[in-house]
Design a protein around this ligand. Structure first.
Ligand code: ADP
Ligand code: ZN
Length: 285
């Protein structure tokens, strides 16, 4: 039996499913303190029967390189109580006989969208989420990119939209991409939550500017064949089309992949990309 755990900043999802990433049964609950969250997830999974493989898709920063000392641990996170907690330690104690495979939530989502979603059949795919934070996962040449830690797409610096003097909300950098364009940044900038702004609000023009510049950096460095933009904020009508057209403008004819009319698309797996990616991680595909 294959199991997946998607550990998010606000909610956690546990599931059992198939090696092809199909969900058989899942449970969603709020992420609280680390021991209680992992304890709850483990108890639910144990009731489902003996598990051989568990895929874990975690919010970051988290150590995902098994060769490094920080493997499986939550690194410096503003989320109270989580810094230094060992996810792999907790799960290895709860499931001593299971094979554990850990990656970031956004890498898991990239994998799922690339195998069974909006980028099915492509080996060079980026998945970006815009919600409480901004994150990005990258599949390159069929492999999930890790690097020394893992990509931190949301903390990229992007050029300011002319006339924009909003200081940004990132506690580390102020006006990085996440500081300028995450859900909390939109709320702070416009005085209203993203889901309360209509699709014609000027906020979306500004969002398209910042996200298109972030995607341009991805194009210049890893050249994805397709970019999936998901997360709560991406659900507003028309955002993907706005990003595509801004990207086309700023790429100035230089980047052929960006000319694909389906270059920037919504996830096909919706809110399930992360947990289905966790199942695929567990199955090792
Ligand atoms: P998290 O990042 O915590 O997992 P989400 O991805 O659900 O959370 O993102 C939450 C953000 O998405 C909030 O800022 C909320 O205002 C925004 N949001 C949710 N639904 C919509 C919508 N339909 N249109 C625009 N923004 C939305
Ligand atoms: Zn930042």
């Amino acid at each position: 039996m294959i199991a997946g755990i998607e550990l998010g900043g606000t909610k956690t999802v546990v599931a059992i499913g198939t090696a092809a990433g199909e969900l058989l049964e899942e449970w969603r609950f709020p992420t609280t303190q680390p021991a209680a969250t992992l304890g709850g997830a483990s108890a639910w999974l144990r009731e489902r029967g003996p598990l051989e493989c568990i895929g874990i898709a975690a919010f970051g920063p988290v150590g995902i390189d098994p060769q490094r000392e920080h493997y499986g641990k939550m690194l410096a996170t503003p989320k109270p109580g989580w810094t230094g907690f060992s996810l792999i330690g907790a799960l290895a104690t709860a499931f001593p006989n299971a094979t554990l495979t850990l990656d970031t939530d956004v890498n898991a989502a990239a994998l799922a969208e690339a195998r069974i979603g909006a980028a099915a059949g492509l080996d060079d795919v980026a998945y970006i989420t815009i919600g409480t934070g901004i994150g990005g996962g990258i599949l390159s040449g069929g492999r999930l990119i890790h690097g020394a830690l893992h990509p931190e797409f949301g903390h990229l610096k992007v050029p300011r939209q002319p006339g924009d003097d909003f200081p940004g909300v990132c506690p580390f950098h102020g006006d990085c991409l996440e500081g300028l364009a995450s859900g909390p940044a939109i709320a702070a900038r416009w005085g209203q939550a993203a889901h309360e702004l209509g699709p014609d609000h000027p906020a979306w023009d500004s969002q398209a500017w910042y996200l298109a510049h972030g995607i341009l950096a991805l194009l210049a460095i890893v050249s994805p064949a397709r970019v999936i933009v998901g997360g709560g904020v991406s659900q507003v009508a028309g955002l993907h089309a706005r990003i595509r057209s801004k990207l086309l403008e700023i790429s100035a004819g230089y980047f052929p992949p960006a000319m694909d009319p389906d270059y920037v698309v919504a996830p096909a797996l919706g809110q399930e990309a992360g947990i289905r990616g966790a199942l695929l991680l567990a199955s090792g595909v």
